[in-house]
Design a protein around this ligand. Structure first.
Ligand SMILES: [Ca+2]
Ligand SMILES: [Ca+2]
Length: 122
């Protein structure tokens, strides 16, 4: 027999688990699932790529907060990295910026490494 739920919801009773329930005609509300969420980031453990997500940060759909990611692989996490897209061959300062990302020859506020239109220097 196939059960069709006309309404489904997910909630967490104490933030360490995600419980799903549904409403089935004739039965009322029924429990449909339970999965642990140990770091309470809203992503269940089986889908969470980053354990121990800090409570004060929001996790993405993979369960990772900015402080747990390093998108440009420069050794500085995305929360602290003010220079995204650093070349992997460059060394960086504590803010995740390489030497070339700090140079702004035309003074327009865009570093030379990201600047596609250099203003003429007069
Ligand atoms: Ca997580
Ligand atoms: Ca960087």
């Amino acid at each position: 027999m196939m059960i069709t739920y006309v309404y489904q919801s997910a909630f967490s009773s104490d933030d360490s688990e995600i419980i799903t329930s549904g409403y089935e005609s004739g039965l009322g509300y029924v429990l449909t699932g339970w999965m642990p969420d140990e770091d309470s980031d809203g992503i269940v453990n089986v889908q969470d790529l980053c354990s121990d997500t800090p409570e004060d940060e929001e996790a993405d759909i993979k369960g990772c907060a900015l402080s747990q990611k390093d998108t440009d692989l420069d050794g500085v996490n995305d929360r602290d990295d003010i220079c995204p897209r650093t070349s992997t061959s460059d060394s960086v300062n504590y803010l995740g910026c390489s030497e070339s990302q700090l140079i702004d020859t035309d003074g327009d506020g865009v570093s030379d490494s990201d600047d596609t239109v250099q203003k003429p220097i007069i």
